[in-house]
Design a protein around this ligand. Structure first.
Ligand code: PGA
Length: 248
């Protein structure tokens, strides 16, 4: 089964969210893939309600606090998300790492808290352009995986990895299918040591669109896509899920 995960980032309004679901409702489509959406925290309950009437779509969050609960003004805990019935949390997106300065240690704590609260985690890794150009890609991926995940216990399919080269995010310059496959194969190798015997889907992210998704899904090493810009409109999300359904 292939995955399409929409990362809405800090986008959408109540009205664009309703439009999104109107498009999906009108087509009454049956996705044969895993169709997941991560809206902003405050939109989670409404997206969950709208997704519930459609069925099949899972709703997640884009981040969670590294603290359990208590006096942490402005933060949202993993246990609060679990209480809302959230299925998954994206951890370690490159925007969290670079803009919000989240460290490997913080990401590991957040991942552990999500696991404790029985949620799935999409753990993001990826190199910058400078790191790719200097031949550091695989080293960077290894460090991010080891420092962020080593020693954690995951149940099968509780952990997913998103390989998102930073230079491909929001730039229109997607990695080639070959580049994605090479990175995914390396990640799979590393995961075999970190989580022996556990099934861990690996998604590609970075400028995925309805017109290039096939190239990625056709790769045996690619289990799906984490999609930003092209997941915001119902028409595009539907097109992405249609492609994924064919490959599922
Ligand atoms: P993009 O973003 O699809 O807009 O490149 C992907 C992501 O950041 O997850």
């Amino acid at each position: 089964m292939k995955y399409i995960v929409g990362n809405w980032k800090m986008n959408q309004t109540l009205s664009t969210i309703r439009d999104f679901f109107l498009v999906l409702e009108k087509t009454r489509m049956e996705f044969m893939c895993q169709a997941w959406i991560a809206p902003q925290f405050v939109h989670v309950p409404i997206v969950k309600d709208l997704a519930f009437t459609l069925g099949k779509i899972k709703v997640g969050a884009q981040n969670c606090s590294e603290y359990n609960n208590g006096a942490y003004t402005g933060d949202v805990s993993a246990s609060t998300l679990a209480d809302l019935g959230i299925s998954f949390v994206i951890i370690g997106h490159s925007e969290r790492r670079s803009i919000f300065k989240e460290t490997h240690e913080m990401l590991k704590i957040k991942t552990a808290l999500c696991f404790e609260n029985n949620m799935k985690v999409i753990f993001c890794v990826g190199e910058t352009l400078a790191e790719r150009k200097s031949g550091q890609t695989l080293n960077v991926l290894k460090t991010q995986l080891e420092q962020g995940l080593k020693g954690l216990k995951a149940k099968p399919e509780q952990l997913l990895i998103a390989y998102e080269p930073v230079w491909a995010i929001g730039t229109g310059e997607a990695a080639s299918a070959g580049e994605a496959s090479e990175a995914h194969r390396f990640i799979r190798q590393e995961l075999a040591t970190l989580f022996p015997g556990i099934v861990i889907p690996i998604l590609y992210g970075g400028s995925v669109k309805p017109d290039n998704i096939k190239d990625f899904l056709a790769q045996e090493a690619v289990d799906g896509a984490l999609v930003g810009g092209a997941s915001l409109k119902g028409e595009d999300f539907k097109a992405l899920c249609n492609h994924a359904s064919i490959f599922s």
